[in-house]
Design a protein around this ligand. Structure first.
Ligand code: NAI
Length: 428
C-alpha cells in the first residue's frame, strides 16, 4: 500500500520572532517537531530553512509576527511550505498573492486583542476625567497641587462610541458597568448591548457625548472622519479618544481644540505617522498639551493578548493541517470542513469507517472541475461529500470518499498530473 497521509511526526514547524511559548506546546501536543527562534529572519535565512535547498528539513508550517518579511521569491522557493501563521493582526508582511498561487494558506488573528484595547480605553476615560496623567507628571517634578477643579466622576456621564464592532461593544459593556450612559454610531445596524442606544448620525453622537471614543477600521470613509467640523460639534469640555487608526482624526484640528479649551482632553494610541522603531523620535503637534495621554500603539499589546493570539493562530493552523479547513485564512478560498466521518454513519446510525479525504487546490479556470471529477469517476470511488470554494484565480475542492487504501494514492497521483493543480493532499 502506498502511504499518502503525511505522518504527523514528520511535520516541521518553524516559529520566529519569539511567538508565545504556548504555540510550541500546542504543536508538540499534535506530535509535530517544533523549532522556536527569538528574532525575525531575513530572506537569506528563510531560504535556507524553507527553500528547496533545505530538502527534507524544510519547514511545513512557518510562524512569524510583523517583522519577518515573506517575499514572493522566498515563497517561490518554499516547495514544502503548506501554511503560514501570522501571530499578529496584520498580514502585509507576506506576499499574499504569491502564497495563494503556491497553495500556501496564510492565517492571522484579527480579534485576539479586543479586550486589551477595550481595557486601555476604559482606563483612559477615567484618567482623562480625573486629569490623572497631568497630576502624576506634576508630582514627579515635586508639585503638590491639590484641587478638584476639572475633575469628574464618569458615573452618569455619556460615552459616545463610534464603530460598534468587536472593540466598541466591549467598551460599551465595561462603560455601563461603571454607570456611564452609552450611545453609539455605526454605519451598519447593530444590536444594542445592555442599555446602550444607537444614534442616527455621527453628528447626533458628537453633540450628546462627554467622551467620544473611536473604534472604526481604516477605510476611505473613515479617513479624516473626525476633522475640524466634527470636533466643533462636540460638547465644550468633552474628551476624545482614538485607539483605532491614526488617519481617522485630523491632528491639527484636535490640537487647536485642546489649546482653545473647547476639548478638555484627549487620549491617542495611534497616529497618522508612527515611528518605525525606538531609534526614531516621535513628533506631534500634541506634545506638551495639557491632559493629553499619548501611548505608542500599544492598545492591543498585552501578555494576555499575545497568548490568546497564539491559541487562535494555532487552532487555525492545526485545523488546516489535520482537517484541511481554511476557515480564517486571509488568502485561500474558505472551506470549513467537519472532522472526517463516513456516510454510513448517517445512513444506518452505526459508526462507519472513517472516510478518506482528498484536498485539491487548483487554478480556477473553466473546465478544471470536470477534469477533477473525471479522475474520481475513473477510479470508481464512492464520494461521501464534496466541498468547493473559489477565491480569485484559486479554487479549493475537498472530497470525502469511502476508505480505499489502493485507489486513494492513484487519485492523488492523477490529480498531481493535471496542469491546473497547485497542491494535492490526502488525509487518511
Ligand atoms: P470591527 O471590524 O469589529 O468593528 C469596526 C466597526 O466599525 C464595525 O461595526 C463597522 O461597521 C464600523 N464602521 C466602519 N466604518 C464606519 C464608519 N464610517 N462610521 C461608523 N462605524 C463604522 O473592528 P474592531 O476589532 O472593533 O477594531 C476597531 C479598530 O481598532 C480598527 O481600526 C483596528 O485597526 C483598531 N485596533 C487598534 C489596536 C491598537 O493597538 N490600538 C488593536 C486592535 C485593533
Amino acid at each position: 500500500m502506498v502511504k499518502t497521509s503525511f505522518p504527523k511526526e514528520k511535520i516541521k514547524v518553524l516559529l520566529l520572532e519569539g511567538v508565545h511559548p504556548v504555540a510550541v506546546e500546542r504543536f508538540k501536543a499534535e506530535g509535530f517537531s517544533v523549532q522556536l527562534h527569538e528574532k525575525a529572519w531575513d530572506a537569506a535565512a528563510l531560504e535556507k530553512a524553507i527553500g528547496d535547498g533545505a530538502g527534507a528539513g524544510a519547514a511545513h508550517i512557518l510562524g512569524i509576527r510583523s517583522k519577518t518579511s515573506l517575499t514572493a521569491p522566498v515563497l517561490a522557493g518554499a516547495k514544502r511550505l503548506m501554511t503560514v501563521g501570522c501571530f499578529c493582526i496584520g498580514t502585509n508582511q507576506v506576499a499574499l498573492g504569491e502564497a495563494s498561487q503556491r497553495g500556501v494558506a496564510v492565517f492571522n488573528s484579527p480579534f485576539s486583542n479586543t479586550r486589551s484595547v477595550a481595557e486601555l480605553t476604559l482606563a483612559e476615560i477615567i484618567a482623562l476625567h480625573r486629569r490623572m496623567v497631568d497630576q502624576s507628571t506634576a508630582m514627579h517634578t515635586g508639585n503638590w497641587d491639590k484641587s478638584a477643579a476639572g475633575a469628574h466622576e464618569v458615573r452618569g456621564r455619556t460615552l459616545g462610541i463610534v464603530g460598534y464592532g468587536h472593540i466598541g461593544t466591549q467598551v460599551s459593556i465595561l462603560a455601563e458597568a461603571l454607570g456611564m450612559r452609552v450611545i453609539f454610531f455605526d454605519i451598519l445596524s447593530k444590536l444594542s448591548l445592555g442599555n446602550a442606544r444607537a444614534c442616527r448620525s455621527l453628528d447626533e453622537l458628537l453633540k450628546a457625548s462627554d467622551a467620544v471614543t473611536l473604534h472604526v477600521p481604516e477605510t476611505a470613509a473613515t479617513r479624516g472622519l473626525i476633522g475640524r467640523a466634527q470636533i466643533k460639534a462636540m460638547k465644550k469640555g468633552a474628551h476624545l479618544i482614538n485607539n483605532a487608526r491614526g488617519s481617522v482624526v485630523d491632528i491639527a484640528s484636535l490640537a487647536e481644540a485642546l489649546k482653545s479649551g473647547h476639548l478638555a482632553g484627549a487620549a491617542l494610541d495611534v497616529f497618522p505617522y508612527e515611528p518605525s522603531g525606538r531609534d526614531e523620535v516621535f513628533k506631534s503637534e500634541l506634545l506638551g498639551l495639557p491632559n493629553v495621554i499619548l501611548t505608542p500603539h500599544v492598545g492591543g499589546s498585552t501578555e494576555e493578548a499575545q497568548e490568546s493570539i497564539a491559541h487562535d493562530v494555532c487552532d487555525k493552523l492545526i485545523r488546516f493541517i489535520n482537517v484541511g479547513a481554511t476557515s480564517g485564512s486571509v488568502n485561500m478560498p474558505v472551506v470549513d470542513l467537519p472532522e472526517q466521518g463516513s456516510a454510513s454513519d448517517a445512513a444506518d446510525g452505526k459508526p462507519g469507517r472513517r472516510s478518506h479525504r482528498i484536498l485539491h487546490l487548483h487554478k480556477n479556470v473553466p473546465g478544471v472541475m470536470s477534469k477533477v471529477n473525471a479522475v474520481m469517476a475513473e477510479q470508481k470511488v464512492n464520494i461521501n461529500a464534496q466541498y468547493l470554494q473559489t477565491k480569485g484565480d484559486v479554487g479549493y475542492v475537498v472530497f470525502d470518499i469511502e476508505p480505499t487504501p489502493t485507489k486513494g494514492p492513484l487519485i492523488v497521483e492523477a490529480l498531481r498530473k493535471l496542469p491546473e493543480t497547485i497542491k494535492v493532499r490526502a488525509l487518511w
